[in-house]
Design a protein around this ligand. Structure first.
Ligand code: HEM
Length: 123
């Protein structure tokens, strides 16, 4: 798969992950009732995470960062931590919807940090 296709998939995964998180947050803010097909946003979040990780490793391979026994560069390792946080964030969205503004700020910080790491590769 080409570098360009992988990057488009990476951005699609990013969008799905955070659309899922925002959807879960919005649903929980709407009170205790369970809307019909409430699982949609959880599935979108999960599919987005998988796509983000798979395309991320595809990009790592295309950029030749995984040759031999060398460790992954620090910025990729940091992105893996951000990916884990984006996975755990679904429980923040679900349990802390009363602090929705702060939760949204945290989601934004994750996206900014992930983009900054990929674009500047600071370490
Ligand atoms: C929530 C988590 C993540 C966010 C917000 C994120 C965000 C981004 C963005 C916006 C870009 C495009 C940067 C550009 O235009 O050059 C990008 C590229 C990239 N990401 Fe991620 N990403 C995440 C997770 C991951 C993971 C888990 C990996 C590795 C397993 C990864 C590896 C990469 C690589 C290798 C590139 C290409 C960098 C380049 O072309 O120079 N990302 N990421």
């Amino acid at each position: 798969m080409s570098y360009q296709t992988l990057k488009i998939l990476h951005i699609a995964g990013l969008a799905l992950t955070f659309m899922g998180l925002a959807g879960v947050l919005g649903m929980k803010m709407n009170g205790g009732g369970r809307p019909k097909r409430h699982w949609v946003f959880f599935v979108v979040h999960g599919v987005g995470l998988l796509l983000l990780l798979a395309s991320g490793f595809g990009l790592v391979d295309r950029l030749g960062l995984m040759r031999g026994t060398r460790a992954l560069p620090g910025w990729v390792q940091a992105k893996l931590v951000i990916w884990l946080l984006a996975g755990a964030a679904v429980s923040l969205a679900s349990r802390l919807s009363r602090y929705a503004e702060l939760v949204l700020l945290f989601f934004t910080a994750l996206v900014v940090a992930g983009a900054w790491l990929a674009i500047t590769k600071p370490f």
